[in-house]
Ligand binder design. Structure first.
Ligand code: MN
Ligand code: MN
Length: 296
């Protein structure tokens, strides 16, 4: 990794850490999801960084991929368990980090379990580690505290303008040949639940990503696909960001692009046992002494 790249990862990580810590304070009973997320994204761009993906706010048994649209009036409840997950980018170098805010202190133990599983995993971000062993460490920490890891969510390798590049970093012990090498950049993200430990997609999609150029009849769809590829660098985006396509045309444009497999959909993910979910995530550069970029 050259110096410029390294410095961009460090810079993106520092911005992400500071923004997430400030964003946490906005998660209070009665606050709207939309306000929290719009302020979070504003803090990222005000800091001179780009959004690597829409910031998400996933509450209680919603595990991931929830980002409010402009007409979303949902508010934080008195006893909610709230996951904030953000992606910050400088010149394609990504920092991906998440935190959980428990308004009900009964879930502090679950949240602490996500954090301790993450800390143990980060120590293994050294050259030569088999990623199946990282999953094993995360799984046993979570099971030892009496919870379940979510088995079908995992961490990932980051690369230039790519959030999911190469293999996954599992949250359970797996048999794999995938092994870490120096200077790989990883996002590690244990999800802990008192439910079944399995998520499913629900019929709500707020996040999309460019896949490929496809023939489209609708001018609005062509315009949207161009934005997805160029303005959003083929990275995840939300319809909430789109102001240059008529709101009346937006849904049909998205549907047409999805039907023709020009864009990929990220449906909202829900715990199948309706368990509460806590998540912790950091980005780390693989070294003999791992460099966690997203810690303050
Ligand atoms: Mn994330
Ligand atoms: Mn991630």
């Amino acid at each position: 990794m050259d110096n410029t790249t390294y410095n961009n990862y460090i810079k993106a990580g520092a911005i992400a850490a500071r923004v997430l810590s400030d964003a946490r304070k906005k998660v209070v009973s009665g606050a709207t999801y939309l306000n929290i997320i719009q302020q979070t994204e504003q803090m990222i761009t005000d800091a001179g960084a780009q959004l690597a993906c829409p910031s998400t706010i996933s509450v209680n048994d919603i595990a991931a991929h929830y980002t409010p649209l402009l007409n979303d009036t949902s508010t934080i409840g008195d006893n909610d368990v709230v996951k904030l997950d953000i992606g910050v980018m400088i010149d394609g170098c990504i920092a991906d980090t998440a935190t959980t805010i428990c308004l009900d202190s009964n879930y502090n133990d679950m949240n602490n379990t996500a954090k301790s599983a993450l800390e143990k995993a980060l120590k293994l971000a050294i050259p030569g580690t088999n990623v199946g062993n990282i999953g094993g460490v995360i799984e046993s920490e979570i099971i030892s505290k009496g919870y379940n890891p979510i088995v079908n969510l995992s961490g990932h390798v980051l690369s230039s303008y790519e959030l999911h590049s190469g293999f996954s970093i599992p949250n359970i012990k797996t048999n794999t040949k995938d092994t870490l090498s120096e200077d790989m950049v990883l996002a590690i993200e244990p999800f802990v639940t008192d439910g079944r430990g399995l998520i499913k997609e629900i019929n709500k999609v707020q996040i999309f990503r460019y896949i490929a150029q496809r023939p489209t009849r609708l001018p609005a769809a062509r315009k949207l696909l161009d934005l997805a590829k160029t303005k959003y660098h083929s990275m995840p985006f939300t319809s909430r960001w789109i102001s240059d396509v008529s709101p009346l045309m937006l849904d049909s444009a998205l549907r047409q692009l999805s039907d023709s497999k020009a864009i990929y959909l990220y449906p909202v993910l829900k715990e199948t046992g309706s368990g509460i979910v806590a998540q912790a995530e950091h980005t780390v550069i693989v070294r003999d002494k791992p460099i966690v970029t997203t810690k303050i």
